[in-house]
Design a protein around this ligand. Structure first.
Ligand code: SF4
Ligand code: SF4
Ligand code: FES
Length: 790
């Protein structure tokens, strides 16, 4: 503000100093004076459509709209004068001519701006004697939203959000006059990763979430502020609970630093699993191949005894995987307890990601908007860190940053967002604007060689780096020491096996006890039951995941809204995790922290007191080494995720794509969002699709040639171990019924499959594998009526 020119405006008798050009509506907020608005929104600016924000300005004969009037020095404004109130009353009378008297049955009742302003400024009666125009009341706008046309005040906030913030431009205004209404441009369902925001933007009850309709009145909700832990962005959110159940989550409007005031649809809608009857509610022990329910005391005894015996025989035969989905405090105590018993095999990495701490050039989320070029390496943040993707879109669309994606197999950005797909680092460098002096590199944390080559070749510019990870608190887990080669605060330690190494060791009988917290490495290996050597596997989770099913002991865990602590987002911000007030958890579920503390007691491991843990966690988080770089050798995994050396003629190289609703642990356990879950699919470039003769909507079968399993978890799979010659189709690696998507911009010769979707036939496959299309079923044939001539 130092070099901004300040002006002084007097609002309702109070002088306010603000930067020149500030909208009057924002200046009034400085003295906590609320001017009513419908169409205006702080993140989208004025639209000047609704006229509810009328104010009186001395020296100006007519009332003015506060949202689109910039303050000038010496301006004297009356927001509460009789004249201003008369103007609003007149505006409201017009809004209410056709508005239905729905308040008693409207989901917005109690938090509706029309209801509130009508109470504050309305006259309490209508002079209109004509019947109200009636319109359809429950239009199914898409998988998440219902539109009540009668309630819409045509403020266009929803349309502007879709245009200015998301860039998808799905929502439009159609028809004229009293029939003016919101619809999707092409009549298709309203569907992208951020749809739920329009229900909060809508000032009335016209747009409502399917998951929240008729669920509660706002005054019946118990609200808790917390951090979303479903991805590494860490959006601040409100959790609203009624009758012990999560009813909804809402954004935090002034969370400018993290979420920019929005939520993605995963954070908003993937919250119904807490009361799913399929939750693990009691410790489960597998005895003679059958699950039996046991008490916590017995479970802890079994676990501690197995650990004690294995550590005594050989600490190298014990391992622990977890941390990326735990709080900082849980990750710290987890490594503390296991290291205290001599265990060196620790890792948070259970998937494809190898690194979460950016070190040098690591930047804050807000800084992304200041870059004049953004290079996305690997998967873009669109499905891994969706709200970060909104910042990428904002930087490109609103602020003119050049957006470059290297070898991306994802859908293209929507057309108003200028982006360029390139296939190599050399092309990316060529595509950079000549004057790019602030370049952001957003890496998915997987292909180290690609990102380090890029960084080496970037011109002399200021670099901002980000790693979008697979698990929410991956960065915190690293800082807490959940790596085989780093202890707390990234202190160098004598290393053991990493996650991949432990899974391999599990398969060949070198591990006697493996404890897994909030990770599901067996998802990609449906044949996990084939684990050899009968080791003792302990899994802490909310559901009977694929890994839990293959375990010996399953511990009922609490989820993110059921526990308290802190988490670290991808930008290094330490954020609060708060248990939602009045949320009812399964009575026997424990937080991971409670489990670790109870285990420590059984093992006789001393733990620091809570205050000491809190202080230690913060100290270690502040200790992130500045000398790490993206693709740093110190994070190398063994074996590194590798590609099959050859993709034979007619075959495709497999790449995996994260999808926000594909996860197995939670979104599979909420029937309300079943429509949002993707079907198992296989995406091809248009050229490859043309050669194969397939179109979007067809189905294909795939078969793998040679090794298909991900090297890092291959030991869990019998199916992955077939060393058949390259030209032979392995009998047990056929993948049936994948829905075809033809995706412009995808590199030729690759096939994109969905990562981590439960029951996806492609789960037998690893990234970099080589697969062939063995069968095609065309959509047109599938639709053919029974008995139609051949
Ligand atoms: S649906 Fe809601 S947000 Fe959209 S134009 Fe109507 S009132 Fe405004
Ligand atoms: S972007 Fe991530 S942290 Fe934010 S709401 Fe979505 S899932 Fe939650
Ligand atoms: S808020 Fe000012 S015209 Fe709509």
């Amino acid at each position: 503000m130092a070099d901004q020119q300040l002006v002084t405006v007097t609002i309702d008798g109070t002088p306010v100093q603000v930067p020149k050009g500030t909208w009057l509506v924002e200046a009034a907020k400085q003295i906590k004076r609320e001017i009513p608005v419908y169409c205006y929104h702080r993140k989208m600016g004025p639209a000047g459509l609704c006229r509810i924000c009328l104010v009186e300005i001395e020296g100006v004969p007519k009332l003015q709209i506060a949202c689109n009037t910039a303050v000038t020095d010496g301006m004297v404004v009356h927001t509460q004068s009789d004249k201003a109130a008369d103007g609003r009353r007149a505006v409201l009378e017009l809004y209410l001519v056709n508005h239905p008297l729905d308040c008693p049955i409207c989901d917005k009742g109690g938090e509706c701006d029309l209801q509130d302003y009508a109470m504050a400024y309305g006259q309490g009666y209508s002079r209109s004697i004509d019947p109200k125009v009636s319109k359809p009341k429950a239009i199914d706008l898409g998988p998440t939203i219902v539109l009540d046309e009668e309630r819409c005040v045509v403020c266009q906030r929803c349309v502007r959000f879709d245009d200015m913030i998301v860039g998808e431009r799905e929502l439009v205004l159609k028809d004229r006059g009293v029939r003016n209404i919101i619809a999707t441009a092409n009549g298709e369902p309203y569907r992208h990763n951020f749809t739920g925001n329009v229900t909060e933007l809508c000032p009335v009850g016209a747009l409502t979430s399917k998951t929240y309709r008729f669920k509660s009145r706002p005054w019946d909700l118990r609200r808790t502020g917390t951090t979303c832990t479903q991805c590494p962005v860490g959006c601040q959110m409100h959790v609203d609970v009624r009758v012990g159940v999560v009813q909804r989550t809402m954004s935090v409007e002034d969370d400018d630093a993290i979420s920019d005031g929005w939520l993605c649809d995963r954070g908003r809608y993937n919250v119904g699993f807490y009361d799913d009857p399929a939750r693990v509610t009691q410790p489960m022990y597998k005895q003679d191949g059958r699950w039996i329910q046991i008490s916590w005391d017995d479970a802890l005894d079994l676990w501690a005894t197995a650990l004690r015996q294995a550590c005594k025989a050989d600490p190298k035969s014990v391992g622990v995987i977890g941390g990326g989905r735990l709080t900082n405090e849980e990750a710290f105590l987890l490594q503390h307890v296991f290291r205290a018993t001599g265990v060196k095999n620790l890792d948070w990495r259970a998937g494809r990601q190898r690194q979460a701490s950016p070190g040098r050039n690591g930047a804050k989320l807000e800084d992304l908007e200041t870059a004049n070029a953004i290079v996305l390496v690997g998967e873009s943040p669109s499905e891994r860190a969706p709200i970060m993707d909104l910042r990428v879109r904002k930087a490109a669309f609103q602020k003119g940053a050049k957006l470059i994606r290297i070898a991306s197999a994802e859908r293209a950005y929507p057309s108003p967002i200028p982006s360029q797909d390139v296939s190599s680092v050399a092309e990316a460098i060529k595509a950079l604007p000549k004057d790019a002096n602030r370049i952001a590199v957003v890496w998915d944390g997987c292909d180290a060689a690609l990102v380090s080559t890029l960084l080496e070749k970037l011109p002399g510019a200021e670099i901002l780096t980000y790693i979008t990870g697979e698990q929410a608190n991956a960065r915190g887990a690293e800082a807490m020491g959940m790596l085989p080669f780093f202890g707390p605060g990234y202190s160098k330690v004598d290393g053991g096996l990493d996650g991949a190494g432990m899974l391999d060791a599990l398969g060949d009988g070198r591990l006697a006890v493996l404890s897994i917290f909030g990770a599901n490495p067996a998802l990609h290996y449906p044949d996990a039951a084939a684990v050899k050597g009968a080791p003792f596997v302990v899994v802490s989770d909310l559901f009977m995941t694929e890994t839990a099913k293959a375990a010996t002991l399953v511990l009922p865990a609490k989820g993110g809204f059921e526990k308290t602590g802190t988490t670290t987002n991808l930008a290094g911000d330490v954020l609060p995790v708060n248990a939602a007030q009045s949320l009812e958890s399964p009575p026997d579920a424990l937080s991971d922290l409670e489990m670790i503390v109870a285990l420590a007691e059984k093992l006789g491991v001393d733990l620091p007191v809570a205050e000491e843990v809190d202080a230690t966690v913060l100290r270690h988080l502040a200790n992130s080494p500045e000398d790490f770089t993206l693709g740093d050798e110190r994070f190398a995994r063994h074996p590194e995720v590798s590609k099959d050396p050859e993709v034979s003629k007619g075959s495709f190289r497999v790449v995996f794509q994260t999808r926000i609703f594909a996860g197995g642990g939670t979104s599979a356990h909420d029937a309300r969002i079943a429509e949002l879950r993707p079907l198992p699919e296989a995406a091809f470039s248009p050229e490859d699709a043309a050669k194969l003769g397939v179109s979007t909507g067809d189905y294909v079968d795939l078969a793998g040639l040679g090794k298909l399993g991900r090297p890092s978890t291959g030991a869990l799979s019998r199916a992955a171990q077939d060393d058949t010659a390259d030209d032979a189709v392995a009998r047990d690696t056929v993948m049936h019924d994948l829905l075809v998507e033809v995706r412009p911009g995808m590199p030729n010769g690759t096939i994109a499959l969905i990562d981590g979707l439960p029951d996806d036939p492609a789960n037998v496959c690893g990234a970099g594998a080589s697969v062939k299309v063995t069968n095609i079923r065309r959509a047109s044939e599938l639709l053919e009526p029974a008995g139609a001539p051949a």
